[in-house]
Design a protein around this ligand. Structure first.
Ligand code: AMP
Length: 373
């Protein structure tokens, strides 16, 4: 007798072109996802509380409602074929409402890990991925104790909702614990040992419902005033280290069972060790270079992963430098257009407030000839 055909236990749900992708969050990441989705024949429906969100202008539909509005979330979920996020700080009850109606990728468990710096670091260490030393901080007394254990060179951060350096206090010798706690300004903190890193790198990795993952090459990130300023692709690190970084990202995305994109930010120690700083389960600012320098850019890859399509090649055909245009930097748009190898991306935001991400420019160089970090 012939052996029966092997039937996979879980048939990955595919959302074919023509379907509607629901995106939670309406910022530039949602906008660029919607543009990539449209190029592949999808419609997008954006859910965001702010009127005039950058993604609305390029999406088929939008809902303006709070992330806690159960009825609006239910109607939104019924109107789309799959839900994903460009903004992950939404209450998990809201994600569960969505998941009751429709496929949600990545799952709420993935968001839960990345929403909370303590859970994130516990998770990473639990799967054998190194981070800097850290302690949970509930008030100034615990902070004093943790400084005694970790040392005075440390960073105090809010456990939740911090981004772009907000809710962070760089601790120094002699700094008052009460002061630092008050400045951090959150109900729960994490004290991290300061990492005297040589450089910061990141890996953006995609994973589909079939469990296959593909990573973009590691890139170097430089910050100014705690906000990403420049990404240099590829990172100027030895091939062995790049391989190690991709292996760490792969292990993380698999352990999270994440479907979609995961950005893994890492510190490169002066001794060559890699420590993971942060995870983001969505397209990432440090992946914008790939839009113009790779066969498949991060937004197309995101759409492919979330919709269960085969992942594209992440191969880099050019070197690239991505520069963020913050606030009034955007006023220089005309100048960028005169550079033959510069690709300008603007987010359509009306008001150029200081530090606000208004756009970015990817400058391309023949492979192997770009500026090295
Ligand atoms: P984060 O919000 O965790 O991504 O931190 C923002 C930036 O602050 C990082 O990109 C680093 O430049 C710096 N930073 C954060 N944590 C540490 C740390 N433990 N040691 C040294 N620098 C840090």
């Amino acid at each position: 007798m012939n052996a029966p055909a092997v039937i996979p236990a879980i048939v990955p749900a595919i959302v074919p072109p023509g379907g509607t992708i629901g995106i939670i969050g309406g910022g530039q990441l949602g906008r660029m996802t919607a543009l990539a989705a449209a190029a592949m024949g999808y419609r997008c429906h954006i859910f965001c509380p702010e009127p005039d969100s950058p993604a609305f202008a390029v999406a088929a539909e939008h809902t303006i409602a709070e992330y806690t509005d159960r009825e609006a979330l239910g109607r939104f979920a019924d109107a789309v074929d799959v839900v994903t996020f460009e903004f992950e700080n939404i209450p998990h009850e809201s994600v569960q409402i969505l998941a009751d109606h429709v496929v949600v990728r990545p799952s709420w468990e993935c968001l839960h890990i990345s929403q909370d710096r303590l859970i994130e670091k516990d998770f990473l260490n639990g799967i054998g991925i190194a981070t800097t030393a850290y302690r949970r901080i509930e008030g100034p007394d615990m902070l004093r104790q943790a400084i005694a254990e970790i040392g005075p060179r440390a960073v105090l951060k809010t456990v939740r909702m911090g981004y772009d350096g907000k809710g962070q206090v760089m601790m120094k010798e002699g700094m008052e614990a009460d002061d630092a706690w008050a400045r951090m300004g959150g109900p729960l903190g994490i004290l991290e040992a300061f990492v005297d890193y040589e450089r910061e790198i990141s890996v953006v990795i995609a994973r589909g419902p079939d469990g296959k993952s593909v990573a973009f090459e590691p890139v170097e990130n430089r910050h100014a005033n705690h906000i990403l300023d420049v990404t240099i692709a590829p990172a100027n690190i030895p091939a062995e280290m790049a391989e190690r970084a991709v292996t760490m990202a792969t292990r993380t995305v698999e352990a999270m069972d994440l479907i979609g994109l995961l950005a893994v930010e890492m510190f490169v120690g002066r001794d060559g060790t890699l420590l993971v700083n942060e995870l983001a389960p969505r397209p990432h600012n440090s992946g914008h270079w790939s839009m113009d320098a790779c066969v498949t850019g991060q937004f197309e890859q995101f759409v492919r992963a979330v919709c269960g399509l085969p992942l594209g090649s992440p191969e880099r055909h050019s070197d690239a430098v991505m520069k963020n245009l913050l606030g009034h930097d955007v006023d220089g748009w005309a100048e960028y257009l005169t550079h033959p190898n510069a690709k300008l991306h603007l987010y359509g935001k009306k008001e150029a407030r200081p530090g606000r991400k208004m756009g970015h420019v990817n400058t391309l160089y023949p492979k192997g000839s770009g500026p090295r970090g």
